[in-house]
Design a protein around this ligand. Structure first.
Ligand code: NAP
Length: 483
């Protein structure tokens, strides 16, 4: 099998290190590809290339940038089935989810193609006579982009596209579990005429490649998505070289279901939020908080639906829930299930590996009840298809439980009460509030991010991406000088 190379300074580059072997979590016998592992020296070369390319790219015409991003978006759309299949093979989400994520990545590129044409400033009068003030946006410089494995094309897209749109150069380090989609993005940028050095791909471990990026003084900003633990350590280092940083991290997202909720919709929200994408989403529902009047009906319907979900090979069209991404994540899921049992929670669905025809990391959608909010399974991010049911006396207690968490990414409520929906909208301590909608599932044209331990720095996506990927310069002009 040929080893796919890294992309540095406009060239495809081999590595002397042992390649990263990308295996299909639905069937570990299936090797998706082999990828050259970049080392520290190659990462430094990629940073130098980005630095050298920055002066020209930062002054490139907005039309050139828009055309590049539009071309990449168009190529991703044209190859959505193929790339979606690659995504499902390397990450384990279902083919439908993989294609959906790929199409979303294409839309992200196209959206930011438009944004490149709309870089605006503000012209203000001054309190001082004869002075005018211009507040203008400028690119930041070299951006280090570090991404997790769970959205292997959408998350890279929503960082790379705005970075390039606003005139920055990029060194991209994907999670080493999913180099295939990262390589596809690099290929499409190269094919679309991205000038050399403007975009660089370095596949390799966080400890080696990621660490060089975070420490390098020549990198001006780091946009990171991943776990809180990694994010905290990385932020402390990045600040040492005065970098701009943006961190998107974990969640422990609650879904409140009140007595007056539409039962079918509420159950569907919980099923989708907790189990789709195998629960491997930062916005996944992990705490379902029920009031007494709906408890029994909701629990029965949820358990029945969860047990009926088809777990299997991500590429099989009948599959609704693919495997965990790897053996480590599967072990984490199973370990948390035994933690929950030891803490006194009661298993009402799943709780073990799911039977499957192939040698993959399959786990049954799992539901605990009799969970209280201080248990570890209610406080720590599991990142698997494991949901807990908690009881609340009324809406006020449900909201207090929902907010009693170190995280603050997404929270949902199912209710037909306008009063409670409106109170929740104002008082949920999160960046994403969902009303009669699953906690997971967001649009690309609006801001994304959380509060508390879930996020740090400016919001990602939509028009708000301009905050992170530009710096502001305030220009004072004495307009009374000259003729
Ligand atoms: P992770 O282990 O924190 O890794 C994230 C990225 O950081 C990977 O590319 C990893 O590289 C790299 N990395 C690890 N150690 C590093 C270091 N010392 N210096 C620099 N980079 C380093 O997270 P993950 O397991 O991939 O992803 C799951 C987590 O992401 C969950 O907590 C989830 O909630 C979070 N997430 C958050 C959002 C959001 O927008 N809020 C979205 C998706 C996922 P290697 O893995 O290659 O070593």
């Amino acid at each position: 099998m040929t080893v796919k190379q890294n992309y540095i300074d406009g060239e495809w580059v081999d590595s002397a290190a042992a390649p990263i072997v990308d295996r299909n979590p639905s069937d570990v016998e299936d090797v998706v590809g082999s990828y050259a592992a970049a080392d520290a020296a190659q990462t430094r070369r990629a940073i130098e290339a980005a630095r050298a390319a920055f002066p020209a790219w930062s002054r490139s015409s907005i039309q050139e940038r828009a055309d590049l991003l539009d071309a990449v978006g168009g190529k991703i759309l044209a190859r959505a089935q193929e790339i979606g299949r690659l995504l499902a093979r390397e990450e384990g989400k279902t083919l439908k989810e993989g294609v959906g994520e790929t199409v979303r990545a294409a839309h992200v590129f196209k959206f930011h193609a438009g944004q490149a044409l709309r870089i605006a400033g503000d012209l203000l009068d001054s309190p001082r006579k004869g002075i005018s003030v211009l507040v203008q946006r400028e690119p930041v410089g070299v951006i280090g982009i570090i991404t997790p494995w769970n959205f292997p094309i959408a998350i890279p897209a929503w960082k790379i596209a705005p970075a390039l749109a606003y005139g920055n150069c990029v060194v991209f380090k994907p999670a080493s579990l999913v180099p295939g989609c990262a390589h596809a993005i690099a290929e499409l940028l190269a094919e679309s005429g991205c000038p050399r050095g403007v975009f660089n791909l370095v596949v390799g471990s966080g400890r080696e490649v990621g660490d060089v990026l975070v420490g390098a003084p020549e990198v001006d900003a780091i946009s990171f998505t991943g776990s809180v633990e990694t994010g905290r350590g990385l932020a402390a280092r990045a600040v040492g070289s005065m970098k701009k940083i943006q961190l998107e991290m974990g969640g422990k997202n609650p879904l409140i279901v009140l007595d007056d909720a539409d039962l079918d919709n509420a159950v569907e929200c919980a099923i989708q939020g907790a189990f789709y994408s195998t629960g491997q989403r930062c916005t996944a529902t992990s705490r379902v908080i029920l009031t007494p009047g709906i408890y029994a009906r909701f629990r029965a319907a949820l358990v029945e639906k969860a047990r009926a979900l088809v777990v299997g090979d991500a590429l099989d069209e009948k599959t609704q829930i693919g495997p965990a991404v790897d053996a480590t994540q599967l072990k984490t899921d199973l370990d948390y299930i035994s933690v929950g049992q030891k803490e006194g929670a009661r298993l009402v669905a799943g709780g073990d590996r799911a039977p499957a025809p192939k040698n993959g990391f399959y786990i049954a959608p799992t539901i605990f009840e009799d969970v209280h909010n201080q248990m570890r399974i209610a406080r720590e991010e599991i990142f698997g298809p494991v949901a807990s049911i908690l009881r609340a006396k009324n809406y006020e207690e449900a909201l207090a439980i929902a907010n009693d968490t170190p995280f603050g990414l997404s929270a949902g409520i199912c209710t037909t009460s306008l009063k409670h929906a409106d109170h929740f909208r104002r008082n949920a301590q999160v960046g994403l509030a969902m009303i009669n909608a699953p906690t997971a599932g967001v649009d690309y044209h609006v801001p994304f991010g959380g509060v508390k331990a879930s996020s740090y720095g400016p919001r990602e996506q939509g028009v708000n991406a301009v905050e992170f990927y530009t710096r502001i310069k305030t220009v004072y002009t004495n307009v009374s000088i000259g003729g």
